[in-house]
Design a binder for this molecule. Structure first.
Ligand SMILES: [Fe+2]
Length: 308
């Protein structure tokens, strides 16, 4: 079997407002639009995924929280209704997804070999979290590509940030090795917002964009600084600054998806394609892509130090 590939990785944040603004048939609440700068950014992601034709989409979500270890969706077909606990007025979504259980099991096993606590999620009635669903809907609303869903163990919140992110680095390396051995052509999705200061009250009309702006100027400045570094491909600087960014901008990348994704990709010093930026109830969200296939970096070599 040929070695697998990571075709591309996306920073693909999950405010449920984006689904609400789009009015897909799966979501019950209706809107008059809103958050177009982000929703239209996702059109570029959709086009890219259409061109790449991956076998599988892997998504790490901060809102599937597992206190003990890193968990993986492990049921071939999951369906049901997902409701956002914070914005139930915006997100009541009927989902249905096929899971690549074989690859999920391989990720789980490779993680275990690297010393992480890992577990397969086998509950057939499991209600998938809104972060996973929003990201998957925004990148591929057809739901016709199998997925691997990874939980957030949230170690950076319980340990210190650097120690926690080191664990996400291991999870990324384990994911990379599992994809390599599987022969799959994979796309990675880091479901993370940048600065995460937010308003505490929703406008009367949630999609009234005259009320939408960054919650804090310092958070906005941090976002732009980090996006500029990413656009220039200065990823070593991004990772150097990441703990300070997390502390000073209350950034959601703390939950680890961004680190997991770049570790899996081998930390390419590659310019991120900027697809769009916008705020949602004050938080900063960027949609960005590191296209490894275009850069000739998608083939995965056996990594020294990773047990085979
Ligand atoms: Fe979130």
């Amino acid at each position: 079997m040929k070695d697998g590939e990571i075709l591309s990785g996306f920073l693909a944040p999950h405010p449920p407002h984006l689904v609400y603004g789009e009015n897909p048939p799966q979501n019950e609440p209706r809107s008059r639009g809103g958050w177009e700068s982000l929703r239209w950014a996702y059109d570029h992601v959709r086009e890219s995924i259409e061109r790449l034709r991956p076998d599988v989409l892997l998504v790490h979500s901060p809102h599937w929280i597992t206190q003990v270890g890193h968990h993986f969706l492990g049921v071939p077909r999951l369906a049901g209704r997902s409701v956002d606990p914070i914005f139930p007025d915006l997100f009541r979504y009927d989902f249905g997804m096929d899971v690549d259980v074989e690859l999920a099991e391989a990720c789980c096993e490779e993680g275990r070999k690297l010393g992480l606590v890992t577990k397969m999620m086998r509950n057939p009635k499991f209600r998938v979290d809104y972060g996973t669903i929003t990201t998957l809907h925004m990148v591929r609303p057809q739901w016709d590509i199998p997925v691997v869903g990874l939980s957030a163990n949230n170690t950076p919140y319980y340990l210190d940030t650097k120690e926690g992110l080191k664990e996400m680095d291991l999870l990324g390396k384990a994911t990379r090795e599992a994809i390599r051995k599987s022969g799959r052509r994979a796309v990675l999705l880091a479901s993370n917002t940048l600065s995460h200061w937010h308003f505490h009250e929703q406008p009367e009309v949630p999609e009234d964009m005259s009320k939408e702006h960054p919650a804090r100027y310092d958070g906005y400045l941090w976002d732009i600084r980090m996006i500029e570094l990413m656009r220039k491909g200065r990823m070593a600087d991004v990772f150097e600054l990441l703990p300070q960014f997390i502390d000073e901008a209350f950034a959601e990348v703390k939950s680890g998806a961004f680190t997991w994704m770049h570790a899996a990709m081998g930390y390419p010093q590659l310019a991120g394609k900027f697809h769009g930026y916008g705020t949602v109830i004050g938080t900063g969200n960027a949609v960005m892509e590191w296209n490894l296939q275009e850069a000739g970096l998608s083939r995965l070599e056996e990594t020294a130090g990773v047990a085979s």
